[in-house]
Design a protein around this ligand. Structure first.
Ligand SMILES: [Zn+2]
Length: 309
């Protein structure tokens, strides 16, 4: 999910491709901080690259606000070990942050295997992976060419952390220690979280459900912003089915914890999204044609980008 590329492209089109980069860069950075995030107190674990918020009892959001993905990873702490749900872009050192927050052993689970969520995986000793072909393929990492744009000037709001060299940025390969499937429950010691297979955004997209506390981590299946549903690994029919399932579950939830932009959002948004998808399917809403044969549907709390047919 590369949500800002499109905004950048539109800005470039609107203002002419000859506009200088600093102007478009300023436009993106001017949006920070997001108003919804001003409610969160920056914890002392924050550093140059990561903003860390304690969003719930023993749960930390580890946010990368200065890179256009605005990706959010989460540390969920139990009595016996802590689960790191996603490891971010792999630009800043997330392991250093996590080790400051807890001395417990860390296990990693990814919301899905896109590069902006697995970037720090290689630094950790124990990784759960979904038992899918896509997961196995992506653990090989990605070469610099595939992620060069993510460390380009237009992707950044401030210089890279000290010692990080743009030309050397890659997604390092990692090993998966245990494959899991739908319904797999992880007992962190006095805290249970359950894996929900919710394919669509990618074949290995998962939700993570803390039933006792009414929390659902949604990964890229839902976040407040522009939801991208046109990648070749995205399956729209699967996505609709997954959202329908989550909309049902949403009634029992207190909060959603998405993987981009804002770390704590209202569960009723899943019902809005489910309705939005139905409206699109029934031609009940008008979209706007954008570049590359894509269409944009705008709703109150999110937008949806799809291929035209
Ligand atoms: Zn993402």
């Amino acid at each position: 999910m590369v949500k800002y590329k499109l905004a950048f492209l539109i800005i470039m089109i609107l203002f002419g491709a000859c506009k200088s980069q600093p102007e478009s860069e300023a436009r993106w950075c001017d949006q920070l901080p997001r108003e919804a995030n001003t409610q969160f107190k920056k914890s002392d674990y924050s550093n140059y690259w990561f903003e860390v918020y304690q969003v719930h009892d023993s749960i930390y959001a580890i946010y990368e606000p200065y890179q256009w993905q605005e990706v959010i990873s989460y540390l969920i702490i139990g009595n016996e070990f802590a689960l790191l749900f996603d490891t971010g872009n792999g630009i800043g050192n997330i392991k250093q942050v996590v080790n400051k927050i807890t001395s417990l052993p860390i296990r990693v689970l990814n919301s899905h295997s896109h590069y902006d969520h697995v970037g720090g995986n290689a630094d950790f000793d124990f990784i759960y992976g979904m038992d899918t072909e896509f997961t196995r393929l992506r653990k090989q990492g990605l070469p610099h060419e595939r992620v060069a744009e993510e460390v380009s000037p237009e992707a950044l709001c401030k210089p890279l952390p000290e010692g990080v060299v743009a030309e050397e940025h890659i997604i390092r390969p990692y090993e998966i220690d245990e494959y899991v499937t739908e319904g797999f429950t992880i007992d962190l010691g006095n805290r249970l979280v359950e894996v929900l297979s919710i394919p669509g955004h990618t074949p290995d997209a998962i939700g993570l459900w803390d039933k006792e506390n009414g929390l659902l981590w949604t990964g890229d299946t839902f976040y407040q912003g522009a939801i991208w549903l046109f990648a070749k690994e995205t399956n729209l029919a699967d996505y609709k089915h997954s959202i329908n399932r989550l909309a049902e579950i949403s009634k029992s939830l207190n909060h959603l914890l998405p993987a981009h932009n804002i770390p704590l959002v209202e569960p009723t948004l899943l019902v809005e999204l489910d309705d939005a998808l139905t409206q699109i399917e029934n031609n009940g809403v008008r979209g706007t044609d954008i570049s590359d044969g894509r269409i944009r549907y705008t709703f109150d709390h999110f937008t949806i980008l799809m291929n035209k047919n």
